[in-house]
Design a protein around this ligand. Structure first.
Ligand code: HEM
Length: 250
C-alpha cells in the first residue's frame, strides 16, 4: 500500500514536470487488444521514455510498457515509401522480444509524430491488423492557424508492402475549420471529410477499391508549431481491411 502511494506521488510529479516542458503525446488506435499508442514509458536498453510510443501485449510484454518510435525507426530500415517495418523475433532475451508481431510505420514530417499498422504476422493475411497514430503535440494549441488553407502531403498505410503506400493531399481550411481530401495507390482510395475542433479533427471517411466501397469515420490530430504535421486514421466498422493510418506535413 505504501509503495502504491509512493508510485502514485511519483506519477503525479512526473506528470506535472512533463506538462511544464512539453504539451502531451496524443494519438489512438483502431483497437487496443494487442497494441496501444501513447507516451513511451520504457527507459531500458535503447528505449527512451517521454516520447511518442507504442506497447504490445505478448507473453512477456505488457501493453502499458511503451517504447519510443524514434529508436524503432533508427533500428528498422525504411522502404521506398518511407515506411519502416519491424518484425520480431528480435534477439533480446529479457524481456523476450519474440512474438511481438509486425509493425509498419512512418513519420509525419520531422516531428515526433508516427502512424502505421500492426498485425500478428504481416502479409498476406495481416491477422488482427490494428492501425494507429501518435505524436507529441508540442505548442500546436498556442500556434494553430486561424485562417487560410494549407495542403498536407499525406501518406497512408494499409496492409503494407514496399511500394503500396497510399499518397495524396489533405487540405486544412483553417477559416472554415475543415480537413478534406484523399489519398490512394491506384487501387485503394481513402477520402477524408472532417471538422477541426481545437487542434483535433473528426468526421467521415470513404474507401473505394476494385472490390467495392465503404463508409467509415476519420479522426486525427495536428502537431507542432503552426500545425506543422497531422496524423490520424480512417476506420470502417465491419470492413476493417480498409482501416488506414495516415499522416503528413505541410
Ligand atoms: C515494438 C518493439 C519493441 C518493444 C515493444 C520493446 C519493449 C521492451 C520492453 C518492455 C523492455 C523492458 C524494459 C524494462 O526492463 O523495464 C525492453 C528492453 C530492451 N529492449 Fe526492447 N522493445 C522493442 C524493440 C526493441 C528493439 C528493436 C531492440 C533492438 C535491438 C530492443 C532492445 C532492447 C534492449 C537491449 C532492452 C534492455 C534489456 C535489458 O535490460 O537487458 N527492443 N524492450
Amino acid at each position: 500500500m505504501k509503495e502504491m502511494t509512493f508510485k502514485a506521488a511519483l506519477a503525479v510529479a512526473a506528470l506535472s514536470a512533463a506538462s511544464l516542458t512539453q504539451a502531451a503525446v496524443v494519438g489512438g488506435e483502431s483497437d487496443n487488444t494487442y497494441v496501444e499508442a501513447g507516451t513511451s514509458t520504457v527507459d531500458a536498453g535503447p528505449h527512451t521514455s517521454g516520447l511518442a510510443g507504442i506497447g504490445v501485449e505478448t507473453n512477456s510484454m505488457n501493453i502499458d510498457d511503451k517504447v519510443d518510435f524514434q529508436f524503432l525507426s533508427v533500428f528498422s530500415p525504411s522502404d521506398i515509401d518511407g515506411v519502416h517495418t519491424l518484425s520480431s523475433p528480435i534477439d533480446v532475451d529479457d524481456p523476450d522480444h519474440s512474438g511481438m508481431g509486425v509493425f509498419s510505420f512512418a513519420q509525419a514530417g520531422s516531428e515526433d509524430v508516427w502512424f502505421g499498422e500492426w498485425s500478428e504476422a504481416g502479409g498476406p493475411n495481416f491477422e488482427h491488423r490494428t492501425v494507429y497514430y501518435v505524436g507529441e503535440k508540442g505548442n500546436v494549441d498556442a500556434t494553430m492557424p486561424t485562417s487560410g488553407e494549407v495542403n498536407y502531403a499525406v501518406t497512408g498505410i494499409n496492409r503494407h508492402s514496399a511500394g503500396n503506400a497510399l499518397s495524396g493531399t489533405l487540405t486544412a481550411d483553417f477559416s472554415g475549420n475543415t480537413v478534406s481530401g484523399s489519398f490512394g495507390d491506384g487501387n485503394l482510395t481513402i477520402g477524408i471529410d472532417a471538422n477541426i475542433s481545437g487542434s483535433s479533427f473528426s468526421g467521415t471517411a470513404s474507401a473505394v477499391d476494385s472490390a467495392g466501397s465503404a463508409s467509415g469515420v476519420s479522426v486525427g490530430e495536428f502537431y507542432g508549431s503552426n500545425a506543422a504535421a497531422l496524423a490520424g486514421m480512417a476506420t470502417f466498422s465491419g470492413n476493417s481491411d480498409y482501416d488506414t493510418a495516415f499522416g503528413g506535413a505541410r
